[in-house]
Design a protein around this ligand. Structure first.
Ligand SMILES: Nc1ncnc2c1ncn2[C@@H]1O[C@H](COP(=O)(O)OP(=O)(O)O)[C@@H](O)[C@H]1O
Ligand SMILES: [Mg+2]
Length: 403
């Protein structure tokens, strides 16, 4: 069946619906995975509250927290609790009996690692238990056509505990990501039998719970200062939509025999590649500099499309001059110093224009994709050296501040 032909339980959050492919599918199992403390329980409680009340009852199985803790959270999130049944239990048979009795419209299990099946000898959280509990929940959900949402912790190695055993069993896996010290949370579909994978929802953790971020690009750029040194706007693709982000770079003379390279939100290997190209193809002296780069707002960018922006942020810091005209940049940097095209350039540049940035550097080979963009001037560049000449020309070097 085509994904849009499947009936769905729509939730109140457009961002969550988007990641799910339109809403929860009856009888499906969705796993919400993420680090402890990232906001899984907050999300699950919100889903449960969404469906309870007018649409029917929901059963919230909490193996990690007491009913009174859930009540305190519900009060904080402004959830009334109408039709929302909280079951503090870790015994799978007990949970299945309660599901039979309540026949909810949605069941939530927080978390799958706390459930255990008495017939197995191993303890809760072991691979055998996690697998068997999930198998029996799936069987119940499919038989009764009730959607279920499970939460699962990610272990240090990055797997969902019970090393990925759940991923192939459930219908959808959503990872909740974000820097714990920032309030942004991304909900990323890595598997979805009923929708597109790689779709991303952007939420913000507030005192009143997770709220939708309506214009993520604007939110991620909200604290950017124009003409900041070492700061460049890049346009990444998150799933099917373009997202603008600010890359910041700071270079300082190093006193270490091996200067430091620190990347937050960017792949360290990409940083090393861009540094090598700046050194060899542009002649920029970086060998005696400590380098710190960061993506503002706790976003993580893994696309090479941010290379050009990263290189310009570094050049801006080294030359101590802001990027001219606060330009944005899109493009991959190759080892010979060439700027290469990346997918969806037109949509990225269009997003740059929508946010009021007037210039965007693009790979020369991709200019044909920029014909229809409004409100922004695409500037074609063939090489990194050319991009730096346009954005951070040598003569414009600002005076270093004197303290
Ligand atoms: N009183 C509070 N006010 C604001 N935010 C809170 C409060 N209590 C918890 N939080 C937020 O909720 C997060 C914990 O969310 P939770 O849903 O329990 O995570 P998980 O279930 O993934 O471990 C905290 O990191 C914090 O950001
Ligand atoms: Mg929790």
């Amino acid at each position: 069946m085509a994904p849009d032909a499947v009936p769905r339980l729509r939730l109140s959050s457009p961002e969550i619906n988007r990641v799910l492919g339109g809403g929860l599918v009856p009888g499906s199992l969705t796993l919400i995975a993420g680090d402890p403390g990232i906001g899984k329980s907050t999300l699950l409680l919100r889903l449960a509250a969404d469906v309870s009340g007018s649409d029917g009852n929901t059963l919230y199985v909490c193996g990690e927290e007491s009913a009174s803790q859930i009540k305190m959270r519900a009060d904080r999130l402004g959830i009334s609790g109408d039709g929302l049944y909280v079951l503090p239990s870790t015994d799978l048979d007990h949970v299945l009996r309660c599901l039979e009795e309540t026949k909810p419209s949605l069941a939530v299990v927080d978390s799958i690692q706390t459930l255990y099946d008495q017939t197995l000898a191993s303890g809760a959280g072991t691979i055998a238990q996690v697998r068997e509990c999930t198998r029996r929940l799936i069987a119940w959900a499919k038989e009764h056509g009730v959607p279920m949402v499970l939460s699962g912790h990610v272990t240090k190695g990055g797997d969902i505990a019970g090393p990925r055993v759940l991923e192939h069993m459930v219908d959808a896996v959503l990872y909740m990501e974000g820097d714990p010290i920032s309030s942004w949370r991304l909900l990323r579909a890595v598997k979805n039998r009923f929708g597109s994978t790689n779709e991303v929802g952007v939420l913000e953790m507030t005192g009143r719970g997770l709220i939708d971020v309506e214009d993520p690009s604007r939110a991620f750029l909200s604290e950017r200062r124009d003409n900041a040194i070492g700061s460049v706007i890049v346009a990444t693709m998150e799933g099917t939509r373009p997202l603008l982000a600010e890359i910041q770079a700071l270079t300082t003379p190093s006193s270490l025999p091996t200067p430091r390279r620190v990347a937050t939100g960017l792949d360290l290997n990409r940083l090393l590649l861009v540094c090598a190209v700046l050194t060899r193809r542009v002649g920029m002296r970086l060998a005696d500099q400590d380098i710190v780069v960061n993506v503002a707002g706790g976003l993580r960018i893994s696309e090479p499309a941010a290379d050009l922006g990263l290189a310009l942020a570094l050049a801006s810091s080294v030359r101590n001059a802001p990027v001219e005209g606060s330009a944005a940049a899109v493009g991959e940097v190759g080892l010979s110093g060439e700027v290469r095209r990346v997918p969806q350039i037109g949509r990225r540049v269009q997003e740059v224009g929508r946010l009021g940035v007037q210039r965007c550097l693009v790979p020369g080979s991709a200019m044909d994709e920029c014909r229809d963009v409004d409100d922004v001037q695409p500037i074609p560049v063939e090489t990194l050296a050319e991009a730096i000449q346009i954005c951070v020309p040598r003569g414009k070097r600002a005076q270093p501040a004197v303290f």
